[in-house]
Design a protein around this ligand. Structure first.
Ligand SMILES: NC(=O)NCCC[C@H](N)C(=O)O
Length: 302
């Protein structure tokens, strides 16, 4: 299942202004982030067969790395909403990005939350607390019923937040057609975001789209070519920055000139530094062992 949650009045305003207003540029400013402390059993999280099972995991280190990750946002004055820990049955609960995608409608400026209830079966218990947190943070579902998509047995629409890449400047939304998201999920997302251009792209070599590409504040896509199905999907060489490390393909935009980058990608950091970006570098090695990256540890509201 997948729900939409709109702020009060948003649905009506979408209808009345969509045809008149000019499209807004996606903001790079983060208003708040949602995060969740890693559970002690995080090493039991899912991994794809090609990636394999993690070894040498260390919970103490994972916790320290997560605290430093959250501290980057807090130090910049970005409030972090901590979702309740799910220590028993949800080893992947730290990867909150997959449970939900937050948008500003690019015509009305209203917040739209798309909660992904039909993620991997093992991870579905994570979703309810995300939805509760959204409601507490001012999202509202009074104005229309939750839109259900997909079915519990895995047929129908599927969508994971890790497959959804919002692009600044172009207002395009690329969605990975991966093992976790399918064409029906993409179509549903497009219907929920009528003022965005939602484009499905194949993802066969990695878990999620954002495992191999993300976006820079200037609108360019940054990617690690060996893991990208087809770089031509992203607008050609002028719109694509190829980086030499897998960990460098995932960046979080902190503002127009600052990027959050994993410590596992020092050569990429060098390239981005030369491109003129300020960098916040975090070691997330423990989460990389579970196919995680810098994007998946938070949901950002912009
Ligand atoms: N968006 C992301 O990159 N999420 C990573 C999720 C990793 C987790 N072990 C999973 O397989 O769901």
């Amino acid at each position: 299942m997948l729900y939409t949650v709109l702020k009060k009045g948003a649905a009506q305003r979408v209808a009345s202004t969509a045809s008149k207003a000019a499209s807004k540029k996606l903001s790079t400013t983060i208003e708040q982030v949602f995060v969740r402390r890693p559970p002690p059993n995080f090493a039991l999280g899912l991994t794809t067969p090609a990636f394999g099972k993690p070894s040498n995991t260390d919970y103490g280190q994972a916790l320290r790395q997560w605290l430093r990750y959250v501290e980057v946002f807090e130090r910049r004055g970005i409030p972090a909403v901590s979702l309740p820990p799910l220590d028993q049955d949800c080893p992947d609960a730290v990867f909150v990005e997959d449970t939900c995608v937050l948008f500003k409608d690019n015509i009305t400026g209203e917040d739209v939350a798309v909660v992904c209830e039909n993620m991997a079966r093992e991870r579905r218990p994570e979703v309810e607390t995300m939805k509760e947190a959204l409601l507490k943070q001012g999202f509202d579902n009074d104005h229309r019923p939750f839109d259900r998509i997909g079915v519990v047995d895995g047929e129908g629409e599927m969508l994971d937040g890790g497959d959804v890449l919002k692009c600044p400047v172009s207002n395009k939304v690329y969605v990975g057609l991966s093992s976790r998201s399918n064409r029906s999920g993409v179509d549903k997302l497009a219907s929920l975001l009528p003022n965005h251009e939602v484009i499905g792209v194949p993802v066969t070599k990695v878990l999620h789209l954002k495992s191999c590409i993300t976006a820079l504040p200037d609108g360019r896509i940054i990617g690690y070519d060996p893991l990208v199905d087809d770089v031509d999907f992203f607008g050609g060489a002028n719109n694509y920055l190829s980086v030499p490390e897998e960990g460098g393909a995932h960046v979080v935009i902190l503002d127009d000139k600052t990027l959050l980058v994993a410590a596992s990608a020092p050569r990429t950091a060098d390239i981005l530094d030369k491109e003129g970006y300020d960098l916040e570098i975090v070691d997330i090695e423990q989460f990389e062992k579970l196919e995680g990256c810098v994007t998946c540890l938070s949901v950002r509201r912009r």
